[in-house]
Design a binder for this molecule. Sequence first.
Ligand code: CP3
Length: 375
Amino acid sequence: MNILSAAHPLSGPTSDAPLVRALRGDRPDTVPVWFMRQAGRSLPEYRALRAEHRMLDACLNPELASEITLQPVRRHGVDAAVFFSDIVVPLKLVGVDVDLVAGRGPVFSEPLRTAADVAKHRKEFTADRLREALDPVREAVARTTEELGNTPLIGFAGAPFTLAAYLVEGGPSRDHLRARTLMHSDPETWQSLLDWVAELDAVFLEAQVEAGASAVQLFDSWAGSLSVADYREHVAPASRKALESVRATHYAHPTLHGYADRPLNVPVIHFAVGSGHLLEELADIGVSALGVDWRTPLDEASARLGDAVPLQGNLDPAYLGASPEVLKSHLEDVLERGRRAPAHILNLGHGVPPETDPDTLTRIVELAHAWSDAS
Ligand code: CP3
């Protein structure tokens, strides 16, 4: 078990933040709002900072990563920050040769295709080695949470399936056929691969939580390409394992007789794109809230989950370019449908498209907060 000795934002300043309350199943007075990819290319101040740094260099520069994380909080007044990093950062830090190529995606010089490839990676790129390389991430998170005060920071990781899909394919692919073929042609190697990625995820998430993140989100961007049966049998156990370190984090709580260990209960959000058929499975790995993409209305998603799971989402990014009236009525529809869930966190149904006018995002935050005040 991992015990934090210093005060953690989640046991103090962020414990009553609307986002944290919603993730615990409460309905705060105002609906919390944040946007996936809120830090990024939609902001001119981001583009200016990034002009001189490659993506992965920026992620590993604590001062820069912290500044980029804070930019959308200052500009939009969102209810949470999301840590500026990328799902491939733990792989890069442990020594895997990967680059992020704008307009293309993550590119790996040595795709993992065989049992021998997987065994070699497992042996060389261990969780312990990652733990030793995470100082830039710890420092960036610590700086950021100090600046954020009572606004929570959401840490994240890419889920084992999504990362494994990149590792096997060697880069982006349409239907992840090579990865899904390995799953069935050599299930043992597949399981070993997912297990290894889950260990790296656990260490990456643990570092963010230790350094002050108040919640984490597991992004399974490509899980939508899986059948329900394959998700359940070949993927869910690894995603559950990736979250173990988060669940195991405790903190030292002062009592009359010294300190006692208490579970920090860091809330976990789980999100996958195009995964309407998987909602029950995605919720079943043990989550505080489920992110829903724009294809499934929130009231329908809630009904399927027995109205027992807080939901996050699910504005359709396509509406960000529509007229203010059309966008407002879509927003109100999403907020109304979100009432059915035990709690609702407003977000998009996928990341902010780079061409989005940032003023549109600020306006959504204002409208959602005003809607909460009026209802
Ligand atoms: O909300 C968040 O910010 C969550 C974190 C997150 C990022 N990327 C941050 C990011 C997540 C979950 C990703 C996933 C990711 N990264 C995918 C999966 C698809 C998806 O949308 O879920 C892919 C293909 C990547 C790879 C990637 N990331 C590339 C190719 C690039 C561009 C490289 C460059 O030089 O700019 C990125 C950049 C990236 N990842 C940014 C952020 C905030 C910054 C720039 C942007 O707005 O895209």
